[in-house]
Write a protein that binds this ligand. Structure first.
Ligand SMILES: [Zn+2]
Length: 415
């Protein structure tokens, strides 16, 4: 059975990886790039081929498909959703992906196509846990897109398994495919009222066997500096340079609380973009922390630093616009522990030891949880996301797909 899953998820990942679905933070269209529609349409026709008839591709950039309960008695089982995103990150190109499959990996360095880049177990020791298994990479010129096309492949393969076996008893299952997860704005327009799921699982985590019910609290501060520009020849005592103000602000951010200097449960400030000129400049700072009060403390500190800069540059002005991007889903999920209990049992019955980890980031699941549908995250078998060194293990992907099947069946057993 593992072999069947492994073949199906690999074949699907290879097919989806070549579709350029990179999202674009600067775009205002929905989804932000047209390639994302292409993959939603491919998914839609694949689901139709599996005999699934209830498929909606929504204008907001979502696909929701439903597999009905096996029989009327199972209508009482809570509907459960599985979710993955079609877009890939902006960090590395996703155009013209050329995936390669390394069969029965030997533990040696893997040349990424002819690019000169090498994926080596010396820098990426997780590779050594996959000796003898099949590994999928790109060719070094792009990312692979296993984040999150591995998740899509796993969900659809699980749907293929279930729809071909009407004797397996389960409740209603929803398959949800989203766009623009990587921009952080994809879920802004999610029509949650169209969903019947009481619980949902996002397949968007790296590695194997992990389940994640905790993510960062996330705030974004846009700090806008207004200076006074002047002819540089006569600027003495008159000009207030917004670029210098922005630089002064950035230098106040504590370097010990940056993403480069933290891991585990420590949060951070990260100045992510700087734009502008002498008259106006702006700095975008991301604030992240598992603890809500710490996240709020950091946003207050940003306000304080902004005020200090303003008083150090008479005539200049500083303004801060703060936005909550997403919240730690832990509290909401732990109020309804069954969603994790069922998952834990399902991972174990797929023969894997479940491991609870925290996401140093967010997922669409965190946004969905905030909308009232608890949505922890499941591993999807990929590594080195957002990088040209991204890779996936076919066996781990197969296991993730089996966890989806097990979870569906487990919910029916619980009733
Ligand atoms: Zn992802």
């Amino acid at each position: 059975m593992q072999h069947w899953f492994s073949e199906r998820v690999t074949e699907r990942l290879l097919r989806y990886a070549v579709v350029d679905t990179q999202s674009d933070r600067s775009s205002t269209s929905r989804p932000t790039t047209p390639g994302q529609w292409d993959l939603l349409n491919i998914i839609s026709s694949e689901l139709q081929d599996l005999g699934i008839t209830d498929i909606s591709v929504l204008d907001e950039g979502f696909l929701i498909a439903r597999i009905p309960p096996t029989n009327r008695r199972l209508e009482q089982v809570p509907a459960v959703g599985f979710m993955a995103h079609v877009d890939t990150a902006e960090d590395v190109s996703g155009r013209g992906v050329v995936p390669q499959v390394i069969k029965e990996y030997t533990g040696n360095d893997i040349p990424l196509g002819t690019s000169g880049y090498v994926l080596s177990p010396k820098e990426h020791p997780e590779l050594l846990s996959c000796v003898g298994k099949d590994i999928i990479t790109a060719d070094g010129t792009t990312l692979l897109g296993a984040d999150d096309k591995a998740g899509i492949a796993e969900i659809i393969t699980a749907a293929e398994y279930l729809t071909a076996r009407p004797e397996l008893e389960h409740g209603a299952v929803e398959l949800i495919f989203t766009t623009d997860e990587e921009t952080g704005r994809g879920m802004d327009h999610f029509p949650v009222e169209k969903l019947r799921s009481r619980y949902c699982y996002t397949l968007d985590g790296p590695g194997r066997g992990t389940m994640e019910a905790e993510c960062f609290n996330a705030l974004k501060c846009d700090v806008i500096f207004t200076g006074v520009s002047y002819h540089l020849g006569n600027a003495r005592g008159r000009m207030v340079n917004a670029v210098t103000m922005a630089a002064s602000f950035i230098s106040m951010l504590p370097q010990a609380e940056s993403p480069e200097a933290t891991d585990g449960r420590f949060g951070y400030y990260c100045p992510l973009t700087v734009t502008g000129d002498a008259e106006q400049a702006s700095v975008t700072v991301f604030i992240r922390d598992f603890d809500r009060t710490e996240a709020v403390r950091r946003s207050e500190a940003v306000e304080q630093m902004a005020r200090s800069v303003q008083s150090a540059f008479p005539g200049g002005a500083v303004r801060v616009e703060t936005l909550w991007q997403y919240e730690n889903m832990y509290d909401a999920i732990s109020r309804d522990p069954k969603v994790l209990d069922v998952l834990k049992r399902s991972i174990a019955s797929a023969g894997i030891t479940p491991e609870m980890t925290s996401i140093r980031g967010g997922t669409d699941g965190a946004r969905l949880t905030a909308m009232g549908i608890p949505a922890p995250n499941i591993f999807s078998g990929g590594f080195n996301y957002h990088s040209r060194y991204e890779w996936a293990c076919a066996d781990y992907m197969a296991e993730a797909s089996r966890v989806v099947v097990e979870t569906v069946l487990q919910w029916a057993r619980e009733e």
